[in-house]
Design a protein around this ligand. Structure first.
Ligand code: SF4
Length: 390
């Protein structure tokens, strides 16, 4: 199957943020040449699939892709272009931390046709940023946005984290105001969750409060919905807001179930039938590529039931919603009565969309609907808010 979407995992970070359990490689000095040589070798192995492909989106995520610097990113994208045709109007995104953005790097990124930057802002409160172990302060976020625009990249997304613990005294509304003042085209929100093996998990084990309460989580999520939509953004996916026409094309491909290829440690691929993933440790990924061995760590073939459950989950997490069958209307009407969903065109082609309060219950509602479509009703379902999706 032809590949139209390519994800490249760049695992490097200067240090681990307190909440992060991603597959990263903490390095004071980024081994740019070693990484780009290994990536080229992995792309060589995909040549048969990529040769006939026109890429509509390329996304460098991490980790912190901007740790590769200007030339490193340019070399990675140069390798991609040696292996596949990148459409002239392709969306080419890199994730960047504010402290890696300077005029020289941006000039290289623009030359390499990067046209979208997802900036890890997380908060505009210096105390919160320090608690998160971020490598930048609040002032560097605005400077990075100015530098990107001056260099020619205007499609800028900001990441923000909500549901921080009370003792940080971070004002969520102020953070949203400051993000909006920078006039981004896109904002992604992440509700803080405590993942195993992270610094905040260890702090929690010692009795510290490391996240906001359930009520604060819900309140901040709904506050973000109000403030962002009042400012003209579309809440087009449970945790993403965009100015009209600026939704992430790459992530939208994932949410529509489109095939994609992934390269780099821990990267996942999907060919329409099976999902495959790479070894996650950078050292193992390098070792295998240097020995010309496969970097595949596992694969999973989707059953019809898997596909149906995914279709339900992906449809319900986006504003696009989901067609529902006649025999599911009864269930869904209860959600409408509770304010969790709306049904468009209820008589002819009923189509379900979750409201923001419904999105706070996405996992349990999607599991409920998927179970009913599969012909059974799960005993574990309920209206409990569930947050692991954000
Ligand atoms: S910069 Fe991103 S990937 Fe790196 S440690 Fe922080 S949150 Fe994780």
């Amino acid at each position: 199957m032809r590949v139209r979407h390519l994800y490249i995992h760049v695992p490097f970070c200067a240090r681990r943020c307190s909440y992060c359990d991603f597959s990263i490689a903490v390095r004071a000095n980024t081994p740019v040449d070693e990484y780009t040589a290994a990536l080229r070798s992995e792309l060589d192995g995909l040549r048969a699939r990529l040769d006939s492909s026109t890429l509509d989106t390329v996304y460098l995520g991490g980790g912190t892709p901007s740790r590769l610097g200007g030339l490193g990113i340019a070399n990675v994208l140069g390798s991609v272009r040696e292996h596949a045709f990148v459409a002239n109007d392709a969306e080419v995104t890199i994730e960047a931390n504010p402290d890696d953005v300077d005029d020289v790097a941006v000039a290289h990124w623009v030359d390499a046709q990067v046209n979208r930057v997802s900036l890890g802002a997380q908060s505009f409160d210096d105390g919160a940023l320090k608690w998160m172990h971020r490598t930048h302060d609040a002032s560097q976020i605005g400077i990075a946005v100015d530098t990107l625009r001056r260099g020619g990249i205007s499609n800028i997304s900001l990441d923000l984290i909500f549901a921080l613990p009370d003792h940080l005294n971070r004002s969520w509304k102020t953070d949203l105001d400051r993000a909006l003042a920078l006039n981004p085209s896109h904002v992604s929100l992440y509700g803080l969750t405590v993942e195993a093996q992270t610094p905040i998990a260890r702090w929690a084990d010692r009795g510290a409060t490391v996240q906001g309460s359930e009520e604060e989580y819900e309140e901040e999520f709904l506050t973000a919905h109000s403030m962002m939509t009042d400012a003209g953004f579309e809440h087009y996916e449970v945790s993403n807001f965009a100015r009209p026409g600026f939704g992430s094309r790459h992530n939208s491909a994932y949410w529509s179930g489109a095939p994609y290829a992934g390269v780099g440690p821990s990267a996942h691929s999907f060919d329409g039938t099976a999902r495959r993933w790479n070894v996650s440790a950078y050292s193992e990924w390098i070792r295998r590529l240097q020995r010309h061995e496969s970097v595949l760590a596992g694969e999973e073939f989707l059953t019809n039931e898997n596909r149906d459950a995914e279709e339900v989950y992906l449809g319900m997490r986006t504003r696009r919603g989901l067609r529902i069958a006649e025999d599911q209307l009864e269930t869904v009407r209860q959600w409408v009565d509770a304010g969790w969903a709306v049904i468009d065109d209820p008589l002819a082609k009923p189509h379900l969309r979750l409201t923001p309060t419904g999105w706070l219950r996405l996992d349990s509602l999607a599991a409920d609907l998927a179970a009913r479509r599969a012909g059974f009703v799960s005993a574990t379902l309920g209206p409990t808010p569930s947050h692991c999706y954000i």
